[in-house]
Design a binder for this molecule. Structure first.
Ligand SMILES: [Zn+2]
Length: 447
């Protein structure tokens, strides 16, 4: 008890201006409750029939990638002929299926790398659903599970989109990344070279890096609750339990997208981690052994694949593409959100988190909703401002020496009608007293 109470005597670094420009409904609890209902959600839509992805077709792509590696020094690594041949193979398939393909080149480690981007015609161009996988292997082996499996899974799903003549409500885009094994170089290059306005159009990026592990698990990324839910719904629908993917945080091509505030999700079937007895009971396979003992090794060949995992993985990709690609675009009350964590220095300088707003006509509304989820162990320390694209600042929350409660989970209404809507908006947070810390977990603007 004492810990917290004694803190009342703390010296605030500077008495902070009161009189927030924003109005706040009575009491945080009320606001917290309203935070849940302020977001306009699109009406439920029926998912168009999701086709089964024939695992034989996926395996045929893997056999091709294996032959390519065998013919090119045993690998498909960045800067090697095996990688370029892999890109050419995938591109030819997509060109023949009606996709608009773009080959993006970049240079790293003294060699040219390639990203392949494939757009399926149609869908709302200001709402893009993107699915990606890296196509390069390590130089030690052919990389059939890592990551021929993900590359083949999204390729066969793209071909299924073409076979079905799918007319999505959102725009579908697929990406095959180069030089992931060198540190997500290709996907970083793509995101860094994407104009801000184009980034804002990407509603979701789904990553598939290793989906055919020989001693498989089913790990779903937990970076975004909605995207996590889509894959979980698929797997529970086929009676396969899943676990949260934690080991790959920041370790694959979803990271560059997440770092700029794009919602990400994905699937992983396990690598050099050991399967536990509980996992073996739930998923089959061998306890006490790696999910993929050939991870990053010369034995990661077409023999290093579990067909059931590959089949389920490919079908989950199709489920995600059909579910996200055919949902109704958001209704008015569009939400712009940033879920990237931003640490708040204790008793230190102010930090900001940005949200890029685009596609909104005219000025911001007189009742702009500013929702936030800030984790902190003494919220009285915090001063929170909204900064409009032109730099105008709106005080949302002042500090208070006797507000010892945790976290700021609230929605503020701001009269921002004098501000142009489109542009970069910032949430500015400053901790003005010592001893308690926290971070911005997420925040959003609802227009
Ligand atoms: Zn990989």
């Amino acid at each position: 008890m004492s810990q917290r109470a004694s803190r009342r005597s703390r010296v605030l670094r500077s008495a902070v201006a009161t009189g927030a420009a924003a109005t706040l409904a009575a009491g945080f609890l009320a606001t917290a409750a309203s935070a849940q209902v302020t977001q306009a959600r699109p009406a439920a839509v029926t998912v168009q029939a999701v086709p089964d992805i024939p695992v034989a077709n996926v395996k045929a792509h893997l056999a091709q990638l294996q032959s390519i590696a065998t013919a090119n020094g045993g690998n498909r690594a960045h800067g090697r002929t095996g990688y370029k041949a892999s890109i050419d193979y995938v591109k030819a398939k997509l060109d023949g299926a009606g996709f608009t393909t773009t080959l993006q080149t970049f240079t790293t480690s003294g060699a040219t790398g390639y990203n392949l981007i494939a757009d399926w015609p149609g869908g709302d161009a200001s709402h893009v659903v993107m699915v990606g996988a890296h196509l390069d292997s390590v130089s030690a082996g052919p990389g059939i599970n890592d990551n021929g499996s993900g590359s083949a899974g999204i390729l066969e799903t793209a071909l299924a989109v073409s076979r079905a003549g799918l007319q999505p409500t959102k725009h579908l885009r697929f990406g095959w990344w180069g030089a992931e094994e060198l540190g997500m170089i290709g996907s970083k290059y793509y995101v860094n070279n994407l104009p801000t306005a184009e980034r804002a159009k990407i509603d979701a990026y789904m990553n598939f890096d290793m989906i055919g592990s020989p001693n498989p698990g089913y790990f779903v990324y937990d970076d975004d609750p909605k995207l996590e839910g889509v894959l979980k719904t698929y797997f529970s629908g086929v009676g396969v339990p899943t676990e949260i993917e934690t080991n790959g945080d920041g370790r694959s091509d979803h990271a560059p997208f997440k770092n700029v505030g794009i919602k990400v999700g994905g699937l992983y079937s396990g690598g050099d981690e050991i399967k536990t007895a509980a996992q073996a009971t739930k998923w089959g396979g061998s306890a006490g052994q790696d999910f993929d003992a050939c991870y990053h090794a010369s034995c990661d060949t077409s023999a290093n694949i579990n067909d059931t995992a590959l089949d389920r993985g490919a079908d989950s990709i199709a489920y995600a593409v059909w579910t996200l690609g055919t949902e109704a675009p958001p209704l008015p009350g569009t939400v712009f959100e940033n879920t990237a964590d931003v640490q708040i220095p204790d008793n230190g300088a102010a930090v900001t988190s940005s949200v890029t707003v685009s596609g909104v006509t005219g000025n911001a509304p007189a009742a702009l909703q500013v929702g936030m989820d800030i984790k902190h162990t003494w919220r009285g320390d915090l001063v929170v401002d909204l900064v409009a694209p032109d730099g105008s600042t709106y005080r949302l929350k002042s500090s208070s020496s006797n507000d010892s409660a945790d976290d700021v989970v609230a929605t503020y209404t701001v009269n921002a009608s004098s501000e142009v809507a489109n542009g970069v908006w910032k949430l500015k947070v400053q901790d003005i007293a010592a001893q308690d810390t926290g971070y911005i977990n997420s925040w959003k603007l609802t227009f």
